[in-house]
Design a protein around this ligand. Structure first.
Ligand code: G6P
Length: 616
């Protein structure tokens, strides 16, 4: 999605802004731009559709230089991804502004501003904001006052950064529903929508809260809260290794992140396991007492995180006997829901900034004090400083580290590990786990990183399977039980990065429709651990073969499924059935990756998709 970078320094900041934008490229975007106040006090800008490299090219042809400026990568919502819609937007020669989010009341504001004599040069909702601030500036004479007054009239979500040639020593920023972080340097300060953009210039950050307005100068940062009162926001030192945003020896971030899974699963388990049990305190000091009161769980998430929630339902109901509902956030947030008594609201998100998931949490919290309130909220999230974490009562951080590839991989497996920890913690408090189950699974979890390593070692075999796939246009993924959401995740990965149409079905549904599609051009991919459903699955596979369908089966070594004509079997290491969804995800990730590489798609930044969906 859109990205913001801004800087106030004593040196030329053009290169810093471009580097910042490059670090945000992983979020997905379709145009880029930057604006600076030059040595003559004039606002200058370059904007280009397409990649940041196009913007760099523009700068090479016509260099810009300045000490105060803002930059943006835009993911089009209102108006096509072309130069005139790209940010920064100007109001005359006076103001430049970049915006993340959506202004819902842009139409009436545009009418009003047109009536006041403003001319619009783009189709964006953003342009109304820069003219509105300009209009206020004429009345109030001060940029900070004008910004505060203008945002009071905005409906929707925004992270904004603005500069004025009349006050060329500062940049202004404000947020509501879209994240912004101030980066603190020595004699220079920065702003960005994601700290990742500023890691090359600082490791000290101040996270703006909802409604905050910040005035950023070279040597000071002033913040006012939503009520207009001056506030001090905590300064946080960032510790993640600088290598995180680097592909290292790998061709793509996605491949690097797939291979990081043993390490990050290990990290997600660290400090959370006792000798034979899960430490409930991992969820926060009040978790044990609160878990004892939980009688239901409602999970809400989007995309890959939603699939993690679907696996968790099998675990929560099957292992801990706790009723669980799972829903995509974009549906949940607009639906009248009946909340069973004592329901824990669980949101799952890699970024912690997904607009629909955040809105669902806020709706859930708005019920507090009513007869249909949730007991409490828990965020399972990969970003400790995110809005979702800050606004939830309890948090369990997945320790996946920054995930750059748009298609989620290590975030998913660490979410699954976290959800299994939640299942065990809840089940123990309620005494509903089978005898010895927790100790057995704790043991298995400790062995999981090395099992994941074994699955990764199958990379070359899977690359061969991918060759068979590369010219196909459609595919079906089948699974039963916890492997059904794994099949859904496998199909999502394939369509996201290879653009091959992929659908997932519970294997038992095959003959209720999808079997009609099966022929030699429709490969069927199946995940088959050796569990009590494997015999049923084998019958489903026969149904496919009988119709000439080509099968690719990831099967437990002991499942007794043989290679044969039209059937390619990839033997998987044996694993406890409860943990099988985590292990069987890995070959499906590798398969999608290799198919995408063979098809020559943009693996890390697939077309039309964004890493962090901060608008509805
Ligand atoms: C986007 C990403 C997906 C991700 C989904 C939810 O669609 O491309 O990879 O699963 O958002 O994101 P979240 O950060 O909430 O997990």
């Amino acid at each position: 999605m859109c990205g913001i970078v801004g800087a106030v320094a004593e040196r030329n900041i053009a290169a810093i802004l471009v580097e910042g934008l490059k670090r945000l490229e992983y979020r997905g975007y379709d145009s880029a731009g930057l604006a600076l106040i030059d040595a003559h006090g004039a606002l200058r800008r370059h904007r280009r559709p397409g990649k940041v490299s196009g913007l760099e090219q523009a700068l090479a042809e016509e260099p810009l230089s300045g000490r105060v400026g803002i930059a943006h990568t835009r993911w089009a919502t209102h108006g096509a991804p072309c130069e005139r819609n790209a940010h920064p937007h100007f109001s005359g020669d006076d103001l430049a502004l970049v915006h993340n989010g959506i202004i819902e009341n842009h139409a009436p504001l545009r009418e009003r501003l047109r009536g006041l004599g403003y001319t619009f040069t783009s189709d964006t909702d953003t342009e109304v904001v820069v003219h509105l601030i300009h209009h206020k500036l004429k009345e109030l004479g001060d940029l900070t006052a004008a910004l505060k007054s203008a945002v009071a009239e905005l409906h929707g979500a925004y992270g904004l950064a603005v500069v004025s040639r009349h006050q060329p020593d500062r940049l202004l920023a404000t947020r509501s529903g879209s994240p912004l972080v101030v980066g603190l340097g020595i004699g220079e300060n920065f702003i960005a929508s994601d700290q990742m953009a500023l890691r090359q210039v600082t490791d000290r950050f101040m996270y703006l809260e909802e409604g905050d307005v910040a005035e950023i100068q070279r040597d000071r940062v002033q913040v006012w809260d939503a009520a207009g009162a001056p506030v001090t926001r905590e300064v946080v030192q960032y510790h993640e290794g600088a290598e995180a945003a680097d592909k290292g020896e790998y061709r793509h971030f996605m491949l690097k992140e797939i291979h990081e899974q043993p390490k990050v699963v290990q990290r997600t388990l660290e400090g959370r396991l006792g000798s034979d049990h899960v430490l409930a305190q991992a969820f926060g000091p009040q978790a044990a007492e609160l878990f004892a009161r939980v009688r239901n769980v409602q999970i809400v998430a989007c995309g890959t995180s939603y699939h993690a929630g679907l696996v968790a339902r099998y675990w929560l109901e099957g292992l801990a006997g706790i009723p669980c509902q799972v829903e995509v956030a974009s549906e949940f947030r607009y639906r009248q829901v009946v909340v069973p008594a004592d329901t824990l609201f669980v949101s799952i998100s890699q970024s912690g900034e997904t607009a629909d998931t955040l809105a669902a949490l806020r709706n859930a919290k708005a019920r507090q004090g009513s007869g249909h309130a949730y007991l409490s909220s828990l965020a399972i999230c990969n970003v400790g400083t995110s809005s979702l974490v800050r606004e939830s009562d309890l948090t369990l951080l997945t320790q996946a580290g920054p995930e750059i590839g748009v298609a989620s991989t290590k975030a998913f497996t660490t979410q699954l590990v976290s959800l299994l920890l939640l299942t065990l913690a809840l089940g123990r408090v309620h005494g509903t786990l089978a005898d010895g189950l927790e100790a057995r699974l704790v043991d298995e979890l400790r062995r999981l990183p090395s099992r994941l390593g074994e699955a990764l070692a199958m990379d070359k075999t899977i690359e061969k399977v991918a060759e068979f796939f590369a010219d196909k246009h459609h595919s079906l993924f089948l699974g039963r039980g916890t492997q059904y959401p794994v099949a859904m995740e496998g199909a999502l990965k394939l369509k996201e990065i290879s653009y091959i149409h992929a659908e997932a079905y519970p294997a038992g549904e095959l003959k209720h429709g999808p079997l009609a599609l099966v022929d030699a051009d429709m490969p069927v991919i199946t995940v088959a651990p050796n569990n009590e459903l494997v015999e049923k699955l084998k019958s489903n596979l026969q149904e496919v073969r009988a119709r000439g369908g080509e099968l690719i089966v990831f099967a437990d070594r002991e499942a007794d499924i043989e290679n044969g004509e039209g059937t390619q079997v990839v033997a998987m290491p044996h694993i406890d059935d409860v943990l099988a969804p985590i292990l069987y995800t890995v070959p499906l990730q590798l398969l999608s990756y290799h198919v995408a590489v063979l098809r020559g798609t943009d693996v890390d930044q697939p077309r039309n998709l964004a890493k962090s969906v901060t608008v509805e």
